[in-house]
Design a protein around this ligand. Sequence first.
Ligand code: CIZ
Length: 328
Amino acid sequence: MIASLPIPPPETATPADLVSAIAQLKREMRALILAHYYQDGSVQDVADFIGDSLQLARQAAATSADTIVFCGVHFMAETAKILNPAKQVLLLDLAAGCSLSDSCPADRFQRFIAEHPGHVVVTYVNSSAAVKALSDYCVTSSNACAVVNAIPREKPIIFAPDQFLGDWVSRETGRPLVLWNGSCEVHENFSQTRLVELQAQHPASRTLVHPECPLPIRALADVVGSTSQLLDAVRRGDPAGTYIVVTEPGIIHQMEKAAPAARFLMAPAETGGTSLGSCTHCNTCPHMRRNTLEKLYWCMRNRAPELSLDAELIARARLPIERMIAIG
Ligand code: CIZ
């Protein structure tokens, strides 16, 4: 039973009111709040755990909480639900989707697999539960190379849905991969020309690039890696250095905490702005940014929206996710 909450009417609630109300709800609900690195900093700051998809999936698999509140996008909450069918999984906004996941509809992917008999199917975690259910292994950008390396060399492999991540994994592992041609609207939108200009203005900077970016952008990188790997590069790097960040800018919140004296420059986008913001030099994910502190409060207060999945789909999608959690 939820006790009365110390929150004033929403129109007069301050961020501090929301933070304390969320903390109270969390205790009463015995909830675990998980937030992805691409969330707004205010949301990251109230989470029990902040991480990339692999780290969050591992937390979801290990929790004894009654309820998981996911501050991320739909496929991430689906993963938490698949790992915890008996627990309540809340997602702040069910419309928080993913362009990459949308680029790979399950029916078309099933036909693609049928056209490539004998292939091992490796799917990036940024995909729907229905696509995961068609897969042998799920991967994240943190462990994609390790998973591909764990597959016997003579086995041909399909990699979906991100063609750029797949191209990077193929080059890193030396394995030919049959690629699905999906992409992420954030990572394919960085401008090579403007990045070169920014690097010229900051010649001592280090450029940190996510592998979902196309090859011409990756070719300009000092470090290519998942969000957690890019964050580690900052932790290990010059604490007062300048870093050009070529992924969703939410990660900069943790980078600034890791290296408060460092300077972080967001790489410029080819085209500016999103439906939810008007920035002209950054690549914010319109889906991740649907989530706010206010929505987190109301989601917990109302115990809704709740993510539900068909039991049979959960059973089919679980093994590739368990393999992902076990490797890397
Ligand atoms: O795997 C994830 O969490 C995503 C979407 C990016 C990353 O590299 O962490």
